[in-house]
Design a protein around this ligand. Structure first.
Ligand code: HEM
Length: 476
């Protein structure tokens, strides 16, 4: 009888107010606020965000029920205002509802862009960009001046992704880097922002106007649109080396009036897909490398251990290959440990429930917004001993990996919506870190001690280190 009663109820919920419901509880960093709430209300929690019914799962067991057992019931995406404009009305992969178009466009991109073959074929691009990075950090090392690692890692990923996906050298073209970086940051900020227009029945847009969110959104969407247009122009001028890149491929499909899912592929579809590549790839990899370096500089023992591993493996050879990386188990543990404490998308990407199902016996209704709190799961004391401590060695005795099969560690999500760029992103992070750790020793800037390193997070759909990481390189 008790079980039946529990099933009729939804999950436990904090008390709310009329109209705003529980929206006031989110704060600046919703993943942290929701983590605290989950300690009181449990690993399946119901919230009313304005008018939107929302469920948050915060343990590996409940995440598994959602993302594995009942994935098919909850693998759509909500139609939120920020993503709507960026994705030309959900023509992309990440924010498209679960339908035939999504299935086909995701498959196409898996073959053409995200495949292991493609990742290997762009290795020369990575090597070239890594070399450029080493060169610029070496200059700082000679003058004993600090480098802004957040910025260096961002440059590296922007250049690799743009060349790999768009076939263009970023130094020569399109936008100057500063403006481009700002565009990407802004886009993320409002994508992750809980826009009032999503949560209030009428007039929410007025609030977004007042808070400036609407203006920011419009500016950023326009800026990105200009970027795509310039890129199309460059591609129309013909390809220098005759090799078809990802943009050429999409433009050809458009010209051939190829049907993808429900209709022909249009220019707006292409822009939306490119938006995913830009925003999905760049920030996440940059954030991962920056957090890893911040954790390592705070832990000289782990820093030394990972550097010795790499230097022993390399035996004075200069170029680190993907095969070398496979021989670096401790580096891989350092990266996993970084993702445990700092998953780049702490609440993954929100899902929308399509049909009723149960988690822990609680009924979840269609149209509910579903968040998986990967950040909370990484700090769950039931899974992780001393969860606040950075300890890569904890991965020696368990087989937990980050590929979506172990629900204790979900930096890429899991199920049908799992990140398709997982392999590309992982190799990017491994290669960038391995090279910076191989070529240089790292010191804190003059007068700074470990305790001064600020580990505060910056808000958004992806959560990076708020303050830029400045360290002094010493050439090895
Ligand atoms: C360290 C790097 C990365 C991390 C941590 C990361 C993380 C994530 C997460 C958490 C999701 C949502 C999964 C879910 O809803 O369950 C996602 C989706 C996605 N990611 Fe990544 N990502 C990374 C790299 C990349 C790269 C390199 C690309 C593209 C080149 C990419 C493209 C995408 C796309 C298109 C989706 C949407 C998938 C869908 O909804 O079907 N990501 N990513």
């Amino acid at each position: 009888a008790f079980k039946r009663k529990k099933q009729q109820r939804g999950p436990p919920s904090p008390p709310g107010f009329p109209i705003i419901g529980n929206l006031h509880l989110l704060g600046d960093l919703p993943h942290q606020s929701l983590w605290r709430l989950s300690k009181k209300y449990g690993p399946v929690m119901f919230l009313k965000l304005g008018r939107v019914p929302t469920v948050v799962v915060s343990s590996s067991e409940t995440a598994k029920q959602a993302l594995k057992t009942h994935d098919i019931n909850c693998c759509s995406r909500p139609s939120l205002t920020g993503p709507r404009e960026l994705s030309y009305n959900f023509l992309d992969i990440a924010f498209s509802p679960y339908d035939d178009y999504w299935k086909e466009v995701r498959k196409l991109c898996m073959q053409e862009l995200f495949s292991a073959k493609r990742v290997h074929s762009i290795q020369p691009i990575k090597d070239e960009e890594v070399k450029r990075l080493i060169g610029s950090v070496t200059e700082s090392a000679s003058s004993k001046s600090p480098v802004n690692l957040s910025e260096k890692f961002l440059d590296l990923t922007v250049n690799v992704i743009c060349k790999a996906a768009f076939g263009l050298s970023f130094h020569e073209t399109v936008l100057n880097n500063d403006r481009f970086n700002k565009l990407i940051h802004e886009a993320f900020l409002f994508m992750g922002n809980f826009a009032a227009s999503d949560f209030f029945p009428a007039g929410g847009w007025i609030i977004d106007r007042l808070t400036g969110l609407q203006g920011l959104r419009e500016r950023s969407v326009r800026g990105l649109d200009d970027f795509y247009e310039q890129m199309f122009d460059l591609h129309k001028q013909g390809n220098k080396d005759g090799v078809e890149d990802f943009v050429d491929l999409l433009l050809r499909l458009e010209k051939e009036e190829t049907v993808v899912g429900y209709g022909k592929l249009t220019r707006n579809h292409i822009k939306a897909i490119l938006m995913n590549v830009l925003l999905g790839a760049i920030d996440t990899s940059t954030i991962s490398m920056t957090w890893a370096m911040a954790e390592l500089i705070r832990d000289p023992r782990a820093m030394k251990k990972v550097q010795s591993e790499i230097r022993n493996q390399m035996e004075n050879r200069s170029v680190i290959t993907l095969d070398d990386i496979d021989q670096l188990p401790y580096l891989k543990m350092v990266i996993k440990e970084t993702w445990r404490l700092h998953p780049p998308a702490p609440l993954l990407v929100p899902r929308e429930v399509m049909s009723e199902f149960e988690i822990d016996g609680y009924k979840i209704q269609p149209k509910t917004l579903l968040y998986v709190n990967a950040w909370a799961i990484g700090r769950d004391p039931d899974t992780w001993k001393d969860p606040e401590v950075f300890l890569p060695e904890r991965f020696i005795d368990n087989n937990i990996d980050a590929k979506g099969q172990n629900f204790e560690l979900l930096p890429f999500g899991s199920g049908r919506r799992i990140c398709p760029g997982m392999y590309m992103g992982t190799t990017m992070v491994e290669l960038g870190l391995a090279n910076m750790l191989y070529q240089f020793d790292w010191k804190l800037p003059e007068g700074m001690v470990v305790e001064d390193i600020d580990m505060e997070e910056s808000p958004g759909l992806t959560v990076g280190k708020k303050k830029e990481l400045l360290l002094v390189p010493v050439k090895y």
